[in-house]
Design a binder for this molecule. Structure first.
Ligand SMILES: Cc1cc2nc3c(=O)[nH]c(=O)nc-3n(C[C@H](O)[C@H](O)[C@H](O)COP(=O)(O)O)c2cc1C
Length: 384
């Protein structure tokens, strides 16, 4: 049994990830923007919501199922899109995550900036719903081509991320000399040499970076991930373009990175079937509102058939349950599975999913709510 498989909680996986990765790569997962206030508060805020429970309820059967982008999901959480997984597990990257999602039966989302092809990801996880996350390229021809390819590969949901008009200022990255793909200089070489196993995996495989689109841009920074965000994505994008994209996709369509109820309403008016509350894991604008605070007002603002997806700072099953209790339909996990991936590939991701699954089942049992769909905010109150 690998060390990752023996992790007791998500923080153990984080510790193992830190020991395996060069500092710059660990910090790319672990860090946030500017003073990292959003990053910290997103986790800490869950503790302010205190739980009560129903006593003497028959909990012999626990039903943790919900739906995600119109599909049944056996657990209330699923895989959030994150860039370039090969950075964290160089040989397999996204495939290790997709395989763990497939075995757990939970939905998988691929990032625009994935480091494995959509076709390979799809072939690895044929039995679970798969969603493609996109940003908007200046060249709409590329968007069309990309969406058509995702559809042909079996992706059934599309996620438009709207909190990344430009890349957030993640100060750990320039301090460490980090870029995607990593470049060799005196700072990065010292960090990489301190992790020879990882270094060997990197140098013995193909270059790591986005593989699902040609890099048609050029200009400063093109070719690395931050450069791609800043140079190739369209800063003139408005709700009209979102609507064009929803129509172009013609299926389940989520707008990810919503921070106000007004935008949630706008999203649904422009074709979204799901609104996704997120601050990108504290990686974009700092001091943004923790998502757990926002859920009820957004749930109340949109029609009941619209799904409310929430993410940010989820490290415990109780965090998932608090988001659901406050009105989320489902919860996306980011760093929780990335720490697992970096700690031990597929086995580490599987362990992260299992830890959260056990937490959720135990949590519902202790709350006296055998059915997740019956969980509401009557058992959660804000600490005074
Ligand atoms: C390393 C990393 C890369 C990410 N890349 C993307 C991305 O390519 N597209 C996207 O929409 N969100 C991306 N995100 C944001 C996640 O989808 C998710 O919103 C966030 O991680 C949730 O917060 P958590 O990590 O605290 O769970 C990324 C997050 C991390 C940590």
């Amino acid at each position: 049994m690998s060390r990752a498989s023996r992790a007791i909680n998500i923080d153990d996986l984080r510790t193992l990830a830190k020991a395996r990765l060069p500092r710059m790569v660990f910090d790319y997962i672990d860090g946030g923007a500017e003073d990292e206030i959003t990053l910290r508060r997103s986790v800490d805020r869950y503790a302010d919501y205190e739980l009560q429970w129903n006593s003497l309820v028959d909990i012999s059967k626990i039903d943790t199922s919900t739906k995600v982008m119109g599909n049944p999901n056996p657990l209330p959480f699923f895989i959030s899109p994150t860039a370039a997984s090969r950075l964290f597990w160089p040989k397999e990257g996204e495939l290790a995550v997709a395989r763990a999602a497939q075995k757990a039966g939970i939905a998988y989302s691929a990032s625009t900036l994935a480091s494995r092809t959509l076709e390979d990801i799809s072939a690895t996880a044929p039995g679970v719903p798969k969603f493609i996350q996109i940003y908007v390229w200046k060249d709409r021809g590329i968007v069309k081509e990309f969406l058509a390819r995702a559809k042909a590969a079996g992706f059934t949901g599309c996620i438009l991320t709207v909190d990344t008009a430009v890349a957030g200022y993640r100060e750990r990255d320039p301090r460490n000399g980090f870029s995607i793909p990593p470049k060799v200089n005196s700072k990065t070489a010292t960090q990489a040499l301190a992790r020879p196993g990882y270094l060997w995996d990197i140098v013995s495989g193909p270059k790591i970076g986005p593989v699902n689109f040609r890099n048609p841009g050029g200009g400063k920074g093109a070719g690395d991930v931050m450069g791609t965000i800043n140079n190739l994505f369209d800063r003139t994008m408005t709700w009209k373009d979102a609507e064009w994209m929803a129509n172009e996709w013609g299926g389940a369509f989520a707008v990810k990175g919503i921070a106000t109820k007004e935008d949630a309403i706008r999203a649904t008016e422009h074709g979204a079937t799901a609104v996704w509350l997120s601050n990108h894991g504290g990686r974009q604008i700092d001091t943004s509102v923790p998502v757990v605070d926002l859920v009820p007002e957004v749930r109340d603002a949109v029609d009941s058939h619209i799904e409310v997806i929430a993410d940010g700072g989820v490290r415990r099953g109780s965090h998932v349950l608090k988001l659901i209790a406050r009105g989320a339909t489902s919860v996306a996990i980011g760093r929780a599975y990335l720490y697992g991936l970096a700690a031990g590939g597929e086995a580490g991701v599987a362990r992260a999913i299992q830890i959260l699954k056990d937490d959720v089942e135990r949590g519902l049992s202790l709350l006296g709510v055998p059915k997740l769909s019956d969980l509401d905010d009557t058992l959660v109150r804000l600490r005074r």
